[in-house]
Ligand binder design. Structure first.
Ligand code: IMP
Length: 186
């Protein structure tokens, strides 16, 4: 392994934007908020693979109301940091969402293309309610008007990795949310 590849294989060498402790505190707050909003009801946490997998698993363990999981997958950025703008459903839900309280769980609300595509699509399936939980929000990047109902942290236009979020499929396993080094080779 050369020096370039080892430099970003542990979060200790990276600039941490949100530590695992900060994330845990915020995710617990979101869980309490969801418990209050859905008291006495059931919710379906609908995770967007793969980036939201870790957020969903932590969020779910901070929710006390009756809750089930489902997952969808959409086309992503591909290898680099730029979006192509095209969103395609790769994996649909396993269970019908009609008349259910759905919370779409996403890692990042960036341009808004992915979540507005999913929101529109799921709305057609007549859920009882449809909300969005995004761990991170980059409002300055928005191309489509859409807001999340539950937001972990708002951040400026920075590319981040870790806690489920990737660069070319790597770094999802970093426990902290870290800044992508600007000099990392494409
Ligand atoms: P949007 O459709 O532009 O809102 O993009 C949403 C998706 O882009 C997220 O679910 C991520 O998969 C990806 N994405 C956006 N920003 C970042 C980032 O900073 N790091 C990793 N993935 C990102």
């Amino acid at each position: 392994m050369n020096a370039m590849s080892t430099r970003v294989t542990t979060s200790s060498a990276l600039q941490v934007l949100f530590s695992r402790q900060q994330i845990a505190v915020r995710v617990a707050e979101l869980g309490r908020q969801i418990d209050r909003d859905y008291a006495g009801q059931s919710v379906v946490l609908l995770g967007v693979l793969k980036g939201a997998a870790i957020f969903l698993s932590d969020l779910a363990r901070n929710i006390k109301v009756d809750c089930t999981f489902d997952f969808v997958a959409v086309s992503s950025y591909g290898k680099g940091q730029q979006t192509t703008g095209a969103v395609k459903l790769i994996k649909d839900v396993d269970h019908a969402i009609e008349d259910k309280n759905i919370i779409i769980v996403e890692d990042i609300l960036d341009t808004g293309l992915t979540l507005s595509f999913l929101h529109k699509m799921f709305q057609q399936h007549k859920p009882r309610s449809l909300r969005i939980a995004a761990l991170l929000d980059k409002p300055s990047r928005r191309l489509i008007k859409i807001e999340a109902d539950y937001v972990g942290f708002s951040i400026p236009n920075q590319f981040v990795i870790g806690y489920g979020m990737d660069y070319a499929e790597r770094f999802r396993n970093l426990p902290d949310i870290c800044l992508m080094p600007p000099d990392y080779p494409e």
